[in-house]
Ligand binder design. Structure first.
Ligand code: PLP
Length: 275
């Protein structure tokens, strides 16, 4: 069942198609701003504090002032209106000073994902920053789709594995160890990645793409995907989809969700009452 698509612009909540922001905002004109995407489980946000903390770090990196208190109040208001649905919540703060919050349906992702490598050079200034300038990430996905895959795997020009455009990559070494690129390779500090690294022993480093090509199993991790098995890399099928270590991560993440999901929003569900 689709969930309500609502937008809050500086605290004014409307259905998303009716929301308006001034077109002169540099958030739109130059991709100058920051964002976060938070998973909603039956209307309950997962890891909201971590996402707000990361948004503040991103904003600091591009010298964008953020007011956290009104943002938190507006999140509570839109979630109260949204009700108990499965979906995601997008937070945006623009250079023009707008605070935007959207509730969105989850993208259709399928059970597994085929990857194609795409050469990508971290930008240095924006590396690790969840800025609105995501056109390169979106283009990488289109390049991968043109090659017949579902998603891109970004690889540095020197052959070091980075991440997918909106998720982290993990794989299993021939010895059975879980591996993922280190943050210092030039990737985003993924919140899902941090939870997995906290729960299980994970080797972190700068790994050449050949290391991943020899893996028996791999998966992508993100807020929206959780842990999603990789079925193929550059047309070569992976032997185990999902493999035992991926299964172990899926179960560990389910445990994290069960213990850490933020408290339920208020019992009243105005979105249901209205319909
Ligand atoms: C570039 C990039 N890497 C990784 C991730 C996964 O991060 P998280 O687990 O915090 O969703 C994202 C999420 O949007 C991303 O944009």
């Amino acid at each position: 069942m689709p969930s309500p698509e609502l937008a809050s612009v500086d605290g004014v909540i409307t259905p998303t198609p009716e929301a308006r922001i001034p077109p002169g905002d540099d958030g739109l004109l130059r991709g100058d701003g920051v964002f976060e995407v938070i998973r909603l489980y039956q209307g309950r946000p997962f890891a909201l504090v971590e996402h707000l903390d990361r948004m503040e770090r991103s904003a600091d990196a591009i010298e964008l002032p953020i007011e956290r208190a009104p943002l938190e109040a507006e999140i509570a208001a839109i979630l109260a209106e949204y009700g108990k649905h499965e979906g995601q919540m997008r937070l945006v703060v623009t250079r023009g000073g707008r605070r935007l919050i959207f509730t969105e349906n989850l993208p259709p992702l399928g059970g597994e994902v085929a990857l194609a490598t795409v050469r990508y050079s971290p930008t240095i200034i924006l590396t690790g920053v969840k800025s609105l300038s995501y056109a390169a990430n979106m283009q990488a996905t289109r390049i991968a789709k043109a090659k017949g895959a579902d998603e891109a795997l970004l690889v540095r020009p020197d052959g070091i594995v980075l991440e997918a455009p909106t998720s982290t990559i993990f794989w299993v070494s021939p010895e059975g160890g879980l591996r993922t690129p280190s943050i210092g390779s030039g990737i985003l500090e993924s919140i899902t990645r941090a939870k997995i690294v906290r729960e299980l022993h994970v080797e972190e480093g700068e790994y050449p793409i050949e290391d991943l090509r020899g893996a028996r199993e791999a998966f992508l991790a993100s807020t929206v995907r959780e842990a999603q098995p990789v079925s193929a890399l550059d047309g070569r099928a992976l032997p185990e989809v999902p493999g035992p270590r991926t299964q172990e991560v899926i179960e560990a993440f389910a445990g994290v969700l069960a213990s850490e999901l933020d408290p339920a929003p208020p019992a009243a569900d105005p979105a249901e009452e209205r319909s």
